[in-house]
Design a protein around this ligand. Structure first.
Ligand SMILES: [Ca+2]
Ligand SMILES: [Ca+2]
Ligand SMILES: [Ca+2]
Ligand SMILES: [Ca+2]
Length: 134
């Protein structure tokens, strides 16, 4: 709930800022801009959480709230998948999936300001995070 509320505020702030908000016609090549709904040039945990949740729902084609190794595709290696599966049921639920994304965000956040800028998002850990949430 907390994440969702934060995201709502971010969207509202973005809408109020008017022209700075990317319109449906504008094309951005930057992976940060794609997810940066409040246009502060960084990906914070609420923006990452929204993307991770959307991606998880996409992968979870039968909608039971769990994904298997096969449907996670190339987002996680087998070892990473096993590590992420903290309750050892051979499936990842959204919390387990989010925990991986969260730890990658922390690992990539070199200046520890809680958000990933372009450089951090394109670091080794940042790229893994991108794979996971896109
Ligand atoms: Ca942002
Ligand atoms: Ca499923
Ligand atoms: Ca599990
Ligand atoms: Ca940072």
């Amino acid at each position: 709930m907390h994440l969702i509320r934060l995201f709502g505020i971010a969207v509202l702030a973005g809408a109020l800022s008017g022209p700075a908000m990317a319109g449906p016609d504008s094309h951005t090549a930057s992976p940060v801009a794609d997810l940066d709904s409040d246009s502060d040039k960084t990906i914070d945990i609420s923006e990452m959480g929204k993307a991770a949740s959307d991606t998880f729902d996409n992968i979870d084609s039968d909608g039971d709230g769990k994904i298997d190794l096969h449907s996670s595709g190339n987002r996680l290696s087998k070892v990473e998948y096993k590590k992420a599966d903290t309750d050892k049921d051979d499936l990842l639920d959204k919390n387990e999936y989010f925990a991986v994304a969260d730890s990658l965000l922390r690992a990539a956040d070199k200046d520890k300001n809680g958000g990933l800028d372009e450089m951090e998002f394109n670091s080794k850990e940042g790229k893994k995070l991108q794979r996971l949430i896109q």
